[in-house]
Design a protein around this ligand. Sequence first.
Ligand SMILES: Cc1ncc(COP(=O)(O)O)c(C=O)c1O
Length: 453
Amino acid sequence: MKRYDQIPGPKSVAVWKELGKKLSTGMSSLAYRLPIVFEKANSDILYDIDGNSYIDWDGGVLTCSTGHCNESVKEKLKIQLDNLWNIHDYPTTGKLEVINKLVKLLPQKDYAFQFYSGGSETIEAAIRAVLSFQKYKKRKILSFSEGYHGKTRGSLMAVHSIFGKRIQPDYLAAKNIPFPKCYQCPYKKNAENCDLFCAHEAVKVIRADENIGAFVFEPILGTGGIFGPPDGFWEIVQPVCKEKDILLIADEITTGAFRTGTFLAVEHFGIEPDLIAFGKGIASGFPAIVLAGEKSLMQDSDIADYLDSLNQRMGATFTTPGGSSTTFGGSPLAMAAINATLDEMSALKIGEHVCYVSKIFEEGFEDLQRKFSCITDIRIYGLLIGVSISVYPEDQNKNNKFLIQLYHECAYHGLFIKPDSNGVIHITPPLTISESNVRKSLEIFGYVLSKLL
Ligand SMILES: Cc1ncc(COP(=O)(O)O)c(C=O)c1O
């Protein structure tokens, strides 16, 4: 199998030498560990400035859903570039088109919408909406301890296990429960006969605290290692949340916009959220995220009074004028990117394609698992795939080093993969990845594993 001579190549090394000294050291550790300088991309292939190419298992951190530099999206954006770039919250026909499409894709409820440019900002807005709505005492946010919702104050506050105490907000108005994983169950139970112990434990926590106002959750953990809940978990937990007036905020930044085959991942579990923040891939790589919410949370029935009042308090709550808006959210360019992406996804029948290639990944990884005992678990939700690798089960550091070696060696063989620090390879390619590149990438992955083990 072809192997590049030097990764990163000399041009990448030269750029990195200069650039590295000028960047914040808080950036992604994977970029440090393999400082390739990328130059361009097409569909599911990345190219670096040294002329090397890689099948992309990351998809621009899950944003480039329709394939890198999708032609049809590009053409529609060019038209918008000639017309209007930003006009703040003033209505545009592009926004109306986006909303009409979203309404069809979210038939479960009559939602209202606001738009943002990043995930944390959107979660922050959802938490503001909840705090504006809930009674004063119901201000605690429940979340999963392995969840990830961003790095702003509110989104950080929701989960207090990831980041160090130094940057946590002082007021931890949050409460965490373990994510219901069957692989490495946090309660050390066996899925065969546990009777959904995790769901009953979650219910105990929920019932014990009258101050919980909202539950922010990823339907499938993304950053936390790609884990879905067991069947039946939400059937037990959701009704209790409803009974206790706990609003459900689905964080579908990762899972939304067909990543798991359906438009939203909540559809797999029968969850009907009050607010949904989605999805990294809805604008093909452009910064645009949607917040959909129950009208009672997103709209104020007294809006006419506010507008009449000379003393109106701008942004006093989420629904008073100015309370939900931002500088870039919902710009005409963002709307054009969403419109073009949704059109392309519909033309490509993207949900069906995701399910089709997902199956090929599934068969491929199962085949590899039969050959390599270090593949200890495979979790597949459309094109959100987590593969646990444990070469040194007793030594996480050593195992992580192995994963970094795998990361390097895959790059040498033309495959760009994404390991995390918990022994999981995240496979999240552009949703348009071709069948042939799925098969080719699996072949490279298997070959590299065989060489390293
Ligand atoms: C589920 C989830 N929520 C929120 C965020 C934060 O998004 P951003 O990095 O755009 O602020 C992320 C980022 O990966 C995410 O995966």
